[in-house]
Write a protein that binds this ligand. Sequence first.
Ligand code: PMP
Length: 406
Amino acid sequence: MFDIQKIRNDFPILSRTVNGKPLVYFDNGATAQKPKAVIDTLTHYYTYQNSNIHRGVHTLSREITTAYEEARKTIQLHINAKQPGEIIFTRGTTESINLVAHCFGKLNVSEGDEILITQMEHHSNIVPWQQLCEERKAVLKYVPINEEGELKLDQIPLLLSNKTKLVAFTHISNTLGTINPVKEIIQTIRSHSCAAVLIDGAQAVPHLKPDVQELDCDFYAFSGHKLFGPTGVGILYAKSEWLSKFGPYQTGGGTIKTVSMEKTEFAEGPLKFEAGTPHIEGGIGLAAAINYVNAIGFVDIQKHEENLMHYATKRLTEIGHIRIYGSSKHKTSVIAFNVIGAHPFDVGTLLDKYGIAIRSGHHCTQPLCQFYNIPGTIRASFAFYNTIEEIDLFIEALKKSIRFLL
Ligand code: PMP
């Protein structure tokens, strides 16, 4: 049973106050809060398990190596990858995308080739491709969006050609909450080109359980910290055929099979891409987060978040002076809006006085803001531990802020 009070008790930070008011945390799109299960995993690691992985023969090292590789397996099963060897630990979504841009670009992108992205991407899924195209004299194209904040799907076949080497797009828009029809888009890509497909899953994983085999993507990237896990750890899923073709990303300890003074033979599988001592506690903490959300279940999580989103949208619409951006039929619990006549930073600063944490700005999607011709928005993004009562507090604080500003 979905017991919201029990769930909230699992997140110690939710009981703190901010500016003398109970914290209302609606900035989950930026980073999610951590349950005790994750905090305890990190504390346990530093208290009893701290040791380096893979190269030690002593007990602590062997124990933590097993725990780290178990974590890789937990992540593999969670996203239904074929094998744990397709799961690479990175620092986060941004590094996962940079890894693909570097390794795929070196292998596969040359002058005149094309990379396709979309107008709703986070800067982390734009800039690495811009840099790659500049370096390789390739061409970067994008799928435009409509006023509702949906991709213009009919444009995709027209933008694909035999020059398209890779298509990279987001599963869920971090600004608008639009859930893209990933499977359908990948089918279109497959039937019109030989391009590889990278999905930016940063905003999807807190709300749904992706199935990478069912989606048939080549790469799927996400961050631990948005999935209720630690910061500084992320995942790149890559089909094994790519990993065997890719050269290394960064090199050094951990990536090698043998090194002589003359040359290096690299390790196979994910280790080739995990240079140096990794974020060990991040990996096991992320697995703890995944076990935690799976114990609640994504069916109940989605039902609750949908209620929050509909309720908040209705209450916001009733206030007046509000413009909401993004009205896709397939939308997760993210609402981007502006108070007409007020700057998003001013609204955000006033809401903070009432203990409400929302984000204001361009949310690292400047091209999207350029499409709507705005400097940015206020973004309220909900997680499964948020409540209807918190939305009421937010609406009351927003009304007071509007009275002050207008
Ligand atoms: N892509 C999307 C859609 C995001 O929302 C974010 C984080 N806001 C990122 C990529 C980058 O994630 P990170 O900063 O964890 O690397």
